[in-house]
Design a protein around this ligand. Structure first.
Ligand code: DC
Length: 251
């Protein structure tokens, strides 16, 4: 794992030269994995990085949320591993930068509630459910040119991703961001309440037996504490740029 310091971040977004044809590999099937805990800025940063590169952006957490939403709706017990896995298997989940649907139902807003935070964390603990969603995530990555964010993208889903970023931030800052996130419905929440819930969810994500959250050994850790979105996006694009140069120089 390589750690980033705070200083020397470029002020402006770095444009990535198209002369490489977007292929560190001859196939040009570039995959960028962005992992990290809640509130580290993954969603905003992954979306901006994908837009800047003309890549597809996939929020894998939205897939766990959609499965949790549907399980609650159908009255499937969240701890019934086989039943939830079967439900995931027969569902069609579509995740774009702006829209999340499950079996054509638009759940973009409905999956961002405290109840679905808990339901998603529950179903994400189940290995059989993860197996179904990881298979779908790998299919999405087949054509490359994708930025996928989550908890296990660089460790399990795409262990050979061309670029792996692990975004992190101080717990207080993550709680502040999450409390003021308009995508999370329920109105403004007390930062201390959000901090308590976030800490508990982090603990579950980091200690669960199936694909726990950790930084891949070859991920670049970027601490977003006190950094603007523009700064972090520029930093990530800088990492992508240098990784592409490095891979090209090995050709
Ligand atoms: O990123 P998020 O908060 O929307 O994720 C929802 C839940 O799904 C959260 O408990 C972490 C889990 N998750 C996971 O286990 N693996 C992923 N690749 C993405 C999310």
């Amino acid at each position: 794992m390589r750690s980033e310091g705070y200083g020397n971040w470029p002020e402006r977004s770095i444009s990535v030269s198209p002369r490489w044809g977007w292929g560190p590999s001859a196939s040009g099937k570039m995959i960028i994995a962005i992992d990290g805990p809640s509130g580290a800025g993954k969603g905003t940063v992954a979306k901006a990085v994908a837009a800047s590169l003309g890549f597809r952006h996939v929020d894998s957490g939205a897939m766990y949320r959609a499965v949790g939403w549907k399980a609650l709706r159908e009255g499937v017990a969240l701890e019934d591993e086989d039943a939830v896995a079967r439900l995931a298997e027969r569902s069609t989940i579509v995740v774009t930068s702006d829209l999340v649907t499950i079996d054509a139902a638009d759940v973009t807003r409905d999956i961002r509630t405290p109840a679905i935070d808990r339901a998603a964390a529950s179903v994400a603990r189940l290995p059989a459910v993860r197996a179904v969603l990881v298979r779908q995530q790998r299919q999405l990555g087949q054509g490359g040119r994708i930025v996928m964010e989550g908890r296990d993208i660089g460790t399990v889903v795409f262990p050979n991703a061309d670029v792996k970023i692990y975004l992190d931030a101080a717990p207080e800052e993550r709680a502040r961001r999450r409390a003021s996130d308009p995508a999370h419905s329920g109105g403004p929440a007390a930062v201390s309440d959000v901090a308590t819930l976030l800490t508990e969810r982090d603990r579950i994500d980091r200690t669960r037996a199936a694909s726990p959250l950790y930084a891949a050994p070859d991920a670049v850790v970027v601490d977003t504490t006190g950094r603007s979105i523009d700064e972090v996006v520029a930093r990530v694009l800088g990492i992508v740029n240098s990784q592409v140069s490095r891979l090209n120089s090995q050709d």
